[in-house]
Design a protein around this ligand. Structure first.
Ligand code: NDP
Length: 401
């Protein structure tokens, strides 16, 4: 029975609240705090009605402001914070956790607002302070990053002596009926996919132009989808924690219609994060674009199709080469019927709740800052299916990549 503070009331926050509320034996008291309190109130009301949980309170907080966070945490005294606001707030929330003796979990690595740059260095730098305080911080516990790291840890623990090649494959074969929309925060999403591609090979990073490398990949129950090589943050921690990896890549599907819109958005300067003056006010084009694009939280209604995310691995077991594929498919419609949020929010929020459960039950423990693949994958994966994200695995199959 623990108190938990959830920060962020977007699509992912909604799923985390619903899923925590389904387990009052662990998450006995929930406080949902975000910049806009009215959004928290709607989620709390819906989650209590859907699950019968009777202790979900709400609050307004500016998570860029450490003293405000400290005051909120001191008033509520949670055992841990589940941070599902934006990556810009990772360091302020970690700082507030340190000042108040509170454990921490997030789903996306820190990036400074003024540079679209994803790396763990800023958060890994907190390791000693969390260790000295006897606190645990778990980084990147969504689906990717998150379950993809835990899938890789399962492969390393049970199926390989050495992992040599890792390809993370992420398909969203959903249809939301909109000409252009992103499945999570548009600003974060567009920053992520318009940067240069990057993959790990033979001990170094190889950089590519955005969308330069692509190929069709077959996804279970979906079929072939054109998949594009991107940099994704878990590649950095996975090649560090599994040093036998010779090559690690990340692939994501995009439809032609989406890429055409994105090209236009970039060509006309709307993806820029450089401030411009407009009628005497400084605005950032990408932030303005976010304000006019569909809210990802609103996509759930009539969203059909499914996501499919997994790891395709080649390596050595008992001196012989083997291949392995482990994945989850998630239906947007089923996610929406259960939580009122679409599949991408669901596949992020369910692992965040499951990771928090691992921390609160002591299945995952430690002092310091850790990535998910550093923990025992077994208890997490035993629970994940029952929490709504069943996974499958196949051995010695054609990996295609
Ligand atoms: P949304 O944009 O829908 O929601 C973000 C929420 O954070 C909003 O409620 C917003 O408030 C709140 N917020 C923003 N800034 C502040 C602040 N300074 N103080 C307090 N609250 C703030 O995003 P999503 O729900 O789609 O995504 C949430 C997180 O999940 C992101 O970090 C994203 O990168 C991550 N993610 C991770 C994935 C994974 O698999 N690992 C996949 C998808 C997402 P307001 O409503 O007022 O704007």
């Amino acid at each position: 029975m623990s108190k938990v503070l959830i920060i962020g009331a977007g699509g992912v926050g909604r799923v985390v609240v619903f899923k925590c509320a389904q387990h009052p034996e662990i998450f006995s008291d929930i406080l949902l705090a975000s910049r806009t309190k009215s959004k928290c109130d709607v989620i709390a009301k819906d989650a209590m009605a859907a699950t019968g949980h009777n202790s979900i309170a709400t609050a307004a907080v500016d998570a860029d402001d450490v003293p405000q966070l400290v005051a909120l945490i001191e008033a509520f005294r949670p055992k841990m914070v589940i941070h599902v606001a934006l990556p810009y707030q990772d360091l302020t929330i970690m700082e507030a956790c340190l000042q108040t003796g509170t454990h921490y979990l997030d789903t996306a690595n820190y990036e400074p607002k003024e540079v679209a740059k994803f790396e763990y260095s800023w958060q890994w730098a907190y390791h000693d302070r969390f260790a000295d305080a006897g606190l645990l911080a778990v980084l990147g516990c969504g689906f990717d990053p998150g379950v993809t790291g835990i899938f890789t840890a399962r492969a390393a623990k049970h199926h390989f002596d050495e992992i040599h090649y890792l390809d993370i494959v992420d398909a969203n074969a959903g249809d939301h009926g909109k000409a252009f929309a992103t499945n999570f925060n548009p600003e974060i999403n567009i920053r992520e996919i318009t940067q240069k591609g990057k993959y790990w090979e033979n001990g170094q990073w190889v950089e590519t132009e955005p969308f330069e490398i692509h190929q069709p990949i077959n996804y279970p129950d979906i079929g072939p989808k054109e998949s594009y090589l991107l940099f994704h943050e878990e590649l950095e921690s996975l090649v560090k924690h599994f040093p036998t990896i010779k090559r690690a890549r990340f692939w994501m599907t995009f439809g032609q219609e989406y890429l055409t819109h994105l090209r236009v958005i970039q060509n006309i300067g709307m993806a820029s994060i450089e401030p411009v003056m407009y009628k005497g006010v400084e605005i950032i084009p990408l932030e303005f674009l976010k304000a006019v694009l569909p809210d990802p939280g609103s996509l759930g209604d009539n969203y059909t199709g499914q996501t499919s995310i997994g790891c395709r691995i080649r390596g050595i077991k008992a001196g012989k080469e083997h291949t392995y594929y482990i994945w989850n498919n998630c239906s947007h419609k089923a996610a929406f019927e259960e939580t009122g949020a679409q599949g991408v929010s669901y596949t992020t929020g369910v692992p965040a709740m499951t990771g928090a459960m691992m921390m609160l039950t002591g299945e995952w423990s430690g002092k310091g800052v850790f990535n998910v693949e550093q923990f025992n994958p077994d208890p997490f994966l035993e629970k994940l299916g029952g929490h709504g994200l069943p996974w499958e695995e196949r051995f010695d199959v054609d990996l295609e990549v």
